[in-house]
Design a binder for this molecule. Structure first.
Ligand code: DON
Length: 313
């Protein structure tokens, strides 16, 4: 299909949402963060933002959900822009793990004890530790400002309920963070860095905004709406590479074969996908598979990739 055929594309999105919504039956909403367990399992929404800024949506595209692990891309971006890749990659690796996103095992067995990549929890907590500022608010603001610029929504906020819920049930993340402190990867106040991590995971968004973020990534940092280069091309290249190799956790290989688009998922049910030089995609469907990825969201992306020939491979 020609991407300039906007009404054809709109129809395709609507058909896909209608035909895929039933997939939610195969998954469950995340329950380890109590506030996420309250989400309505059957919701499904998609937005596509072409690199020229054209936006199309179908289904529950105006429903807000928290970014969760999708936010790991943007904390990484801030760290890369603040310090450059050499500094960042002395403290976090570039390799996929094959383990669940909250796994602790390789932190101790691999030497030096740095997290294998910035998309697992240990790596993202290490990255949060690199974001400078006089207070947690100032550090969070660096991420929020980037997200507000990229999405065009100046009102993006942290969802306080989800943030508190995550903070109260984060023993595993605390264990990871204190181990990182003991290994010298994290410096400074561990609780403050954890607080920053919980807050950036709890930023609320819709698929419309996620698609806009992804479109800027797809265009290597260029924002067609403001006509500005928002961050260096090199930063976009690094992020998209992590999205392909580690963005869907220990299902990244399968997703690369079945869908073939750089993507990042979150446990609230969101997926952000960036098709280089073509489009950004935001999907939301809160029922997850056993690896923590949206069941219906992955299916929609598989169908869209097939219909529009979006695989980068
Ligand atoms: O650290 C956590 O458990 C969550 N804030 C983020 C995890 C997440 O989204 C993993 N995703 N699939």
């Amino acid at each position: 299909m020609d991407l300039t055929d906007h009404s054809g594309l709109q129809q395709l999105l609507e058909d896909m949402i209608r035909d895929t919504a039933g997939e939610a039956e195969k998954g469950e909403v995340a329950s380890y963060i109590p506030e996420l367990a309250r989400q309505e399992k059957h919701m499904l929404g998609i937005s596509v933002c072409l690199v020229d800024g054209t936006l199309l949506s179908a289904g529950d595209a105006n429903h807000s959900f928290t970014l969760q692990s999708i936010s790991k891309i943007f904390s990484l971006m801030v760290a890369l822009c603040e310090h450059g890749p050499d500094y960042v990659f002395q403290r976090v690796g570039k390799e996929p793990t094959g383990d669940p996103f909250n796994s602790i095992i390789k932190l101790e067995t691999i030497k030096p004890h740095k997290p294998l990549n910035p998309m697992i929890n240990a790596g993202a907590i290490a990255v949060a530790g690199m974001i400078p500022g006089a207070s947690v608010e100032e550090r969070l603001d660096k991420i929020l400002q980037l997200l507000r610029k990229m999405s065009g929504n100046p009102d993006l906020r942290v969802n306080e309920k989800v943030y508190q819920s995550e903070k109260q049930t984060a023993d595993r993340n605390r264990a990871l963070a204190y181990f990182l402190k003991d290994s010298g990867i994290l410096q400074g106040d561990v609780e403050e860095t954890l607080d920053l991590y919980f807050r950036h995971c709890s930023i609320d968004m819709t698929t419309v905004e996620v698609a806009r973020l992804a479109a800027v990534l797809a265009a290597d940092g260029y924002d067609a709406r403001s006509r500005e280069q928002l961050f260096p091309r090199e930063v976009a290249r690094i992020c998209k590479t992590f999205m392909i190799t580690c963005g869907m956790y220990n299902a990244s290989g399968e997703f690369a074969i079945d869908v073939g688009i750089p993507a990042k998922s979150g446990v609230a049910g969101g997926i952000m996908a960036a098709v280089p030089q073509r489009m950004g995609i935001g999907v939301f469907g809160p029922a997850l598979d056993d690896k923590g990825n949206s069941v219906a969201g992955v299916k929609v992306l598989e169908k869209l990739s097939d219909r529009l020939d979006l695989s980068v491979f």
